[in-house]
Design a protein around this ligand. Structure first.
Ligand code: PLP
Length: 392
């Protein structure tokens, strides 16, 4: 007979999901109440304020979509792209490719601005594309490209888009809570994120925020949004400001308790402190990985602290290393995605996973596993290099 499922306790240092804080898991076990219960509605109002704080915005339309980051992505595209709209999509990794898919499925035309994987989006290339396509309506790009660990300059890219009369869609799935984001300060029109990365929460929800300019476009569409579930005009009846909180769909109540707790924790830590913590532990991890002899694929000035992509040394069996880390150390690191498959490891330092004990565990486990496999690395020095960084 099948019995209850009991997963092992892993350390999650891949590209997400990352370690969930026990306080969040505990919050999710609280009693389920109705999604229109006045007490739940009060929690929703707090959640909106907490999300506004995390995104640094006053946008009223700031809420979690009841589905993972991909649904937040779709929510931005299906609402803002109308059939025939031209959208400039900057691609420097896997997730820019998904943006193209979204544009095309909304019957829009995607104009691709391609950058090398492992580099930030080049503002000059975007400006050239904007000049060559004066009829473009939107610019979309990934702030933190999880497939490579590259961070693009969202402020500059949004400024350029606005200079040419375009609205902007920004993917912040990996950046929210880990790296600076200023939705109002940078004038971002539509942004989406995920809960399973630097927010230390479980997967399955997607915080989004829309500016007034973006909402104007949604309200004045010529055609219906093709997704009933994601149509903001309808979702606003449940999450919108001053809304009567009428039934739209049954909210994932306990998952929302978890996100509420995660956002309270982020507020208590302080956004700047959370960003600084990611930088601090990244520096120690970097010192250890480089001492071991592993090289980062992203130039230092364009690197995300929460996603460390390093090249796999020549002749090393990628899958065998990751299985040994999982089986011997209960440690998960990420494989390469897309064209990076088999070439890089992606080591996440996200949210609750971003702490000293994880940095040291990961370095000592890699040191052991690579040493045992006879990989061409410098054994016995990685942990000490990280410790030196911590003591500086
Ligand atoms: N965008 C980026 C940059 C991501 O890293 C991810 C997931 O890793 C997504 C979108 C999709 O999010 P989800 O897997 O939660 O649907």
């Amino acid at each position: 007979m099948t019995t209850s499922f009991h997963p092992p306790q892993r350390t999650l240092m891949g590209p997400g999901p990352s370690d969930v804080h026990p306080r969040i898991l505990e919050a999710m076990c609280r009693p389920t109440i109705g999604h229109l219960d006045p007490i739940f509605v009060g929690m929703m109002d707090e959640m909106k304020e907490l999300l506004q704080h995390a995104f640094r915005t006053e946008n009223q339309m700031t809420m979690p979509v009841s589905a993972p980051g991909s649904a937040g992505m779709e929510s931005c595209f299906v609402n803002l792209v109308e059939p025939g709209d031209k959208v400039i999509v900057c691609q420097n990794g896997v997730f820019g490719g998904r943006m193209k898919e979204n544009v095309e499925r909304c019957s829009g035309t995607a104009v691709m601005v391609e950058d090398e994987w492992g580099r930030a989006v080049d503002p000059q290339k975007l400006e050239d594309a904007l000049k060559a396509n004066p009829d473009a309506k939107l610019v979309a790009f990934v702030h933190a490209e999880t497939s490579t660990g590259a961070r693009s300059d969202a402020k500059v890219l949004v400024e350029l888009a606005h200079k040419h009369g375009c609205l902007t869609i920004v993917d912040a799935v990996t950046s929210l809570g880990g790296s600076e984001i200023q939705v109002d300060g940078w004038n971002i029109d539509a942004i989406y994120s995920g809960t399973q990365k630097c927010l230390s929460c479980t997967p399955g929800l997607s915080p989004v925020s829309f500016s007034d300019a973006a909402l104007e476009k949604v309200k004045n569409r010529n055609s219906k949004v093709q997704s009933w579930f994601l149509d903001l005009n309808l979702v606003m009846g449940y999450w919108g400001s001053g809304a009567k909180r009428a039934y739209h769909h049954t909210a994932p109540i306990n998952a929302l308790y978890g996100l509420h707790e995660a956002l309270v924790m982020l507020q208590d830590e302080g956004l700047e402190n959370a960003w600084a913590r990611h930088d601090y532990h990244h520096k120690a991890l970097k010192a250890g990985l480089e001492a071991l002899g592993l090289n980062f694929i992203v130039p230092e000035s364009e690197r995300l602290p929460q996603l460390n992509a390093v090249t796999i040394p020549e002749g090393v069996d990628d899958a065998a290393v990751r299985s040994a880390l999982l089986n011997d150390y209960n440690l998960e690191i990420g494989a390469g995605l897309g064209v990076m498959a088999g070439k890089v490891w992606r080591i996440g330092l996200m949210g609750h996973a971003c702490r000293k004990e994880n940095v040291l565990k990961c370095l000592s486990a890699l040191d052991d596993v690579l040493g045992r496999m006879g990989a061409p690395v410098n054994n016995g020095v990685a942990v000490a290099a990280a410790q030196r960084t911590y003591s500086e």
